[in-house]
Design a protein around this ligand. Sequence first.
Ligand SMILES: Cc1ncc(COP(=O)(O)O)c(C=O)c1O
Length: 380
Amino acid sequence: MRVYLDHNATTPVRAEVLAAMQEAFARAWGNPSSVHAEGAAARALVDRAREAVAGLLGAESGDLVFTAGATESNNQVLQALRHRGGPPGSVVSSAAEHPSVEAPLEALEAAGWRVVRVPVDAEGLLDPDAVEAALAPDTALVTLLWGHNETGVVQPLEAIAPRVRARGIPLHVDATQCVGKLAIDLRRLPVDLLSLSAHKLGGPKGVGALVARGGAAPAPLLLGGPQERRRRGGTENVAGIAGLGAACALAARELPERLVRYADLRDRLWRGIEEKIPRVRRNGSAARALCNTLNVELVGASGEVLVQALDLEGIAASTGAACASGSLHPSAALEAMGRSPAEARSALRLSVGHGVDEAAIDRVLAVLPDLVARARAEGA
Ligand SMILES: Cc1ncc(COP(=O)(O)O)c(C=O)c1O
């Protein structure tokens, strides 16, 4: 039996999601834009999914644009600035963003835009005062990673968002790691744009959404059709969208239980690690961490070596972002928190989710101390 502790990279598809997708493939294979019954059946599934996603977030269903995932959603928001015409302005962001935001920010800089990356502290947190101080008359957008994929740190959006709104500047958040793992109610949070991805909450890969509230929709990234009310061209990924809807409906039902259960498992893991392994420290604020994420520094051991050794023991973990695995660069997020490259290379990310139980955590705790001792000896 394998133990999967890499839910921040991706999650297994839930049975209910698979059933919804199979129904879509089997019975709703029409084109949602067609006016006949086959088209109407597909349209009905897309509409139902839109309601489910909006329901989980406290959003208006009409504000949702289905995309091919959070990378596309983030790009739509940021690339729209580059194509808006007029003189370049500025964007305020943080020093610890996901590459799907960081890369389009760099493209904006290459096009003459000014990007202000507000630093995070040693705990990975942004200071709301510092974000406010970075706002300028030419700030066209504030874009922030809400829950960090590597450290699990959840930014104090409740303090930041009203200040950005007070200045009349649109706020975009990448909520990919938060959806399904944090209570989100957009009726109470002045956020204008929000990105999410199905595969981080038990849904399929290659589908996600952009919430663009109150007519704030950025120009489409994909031109070519009237779909999604002209906000995203291309025939809809009906089965994927149905899967995303099913994953959101499940999350809405399970969220209160998940918040407690995942945090219990994560805390059991941390307590065990602290107890059994000398010279460890937690990366990122423990008080403001996603319920499922633990990032630890195992001083003197290589995170890459540990990930491989754990895999041989039947345990899936990660050093940080899945897309950066195997790269020689240590985590930029940990470096932004003031960690040295050597410290950042000793990080291990363990993220729990559906299917993980106490026995799985105890299995990890049974093998990890020896693996760390060996990795330390190798690195010495
Ligand atoms: C915070 C964050 N943003 C964006 C993405 C990209 O999402 P997707 O895989 O749907 O493009 C991910 C996951 O890789 C993520 O963790």
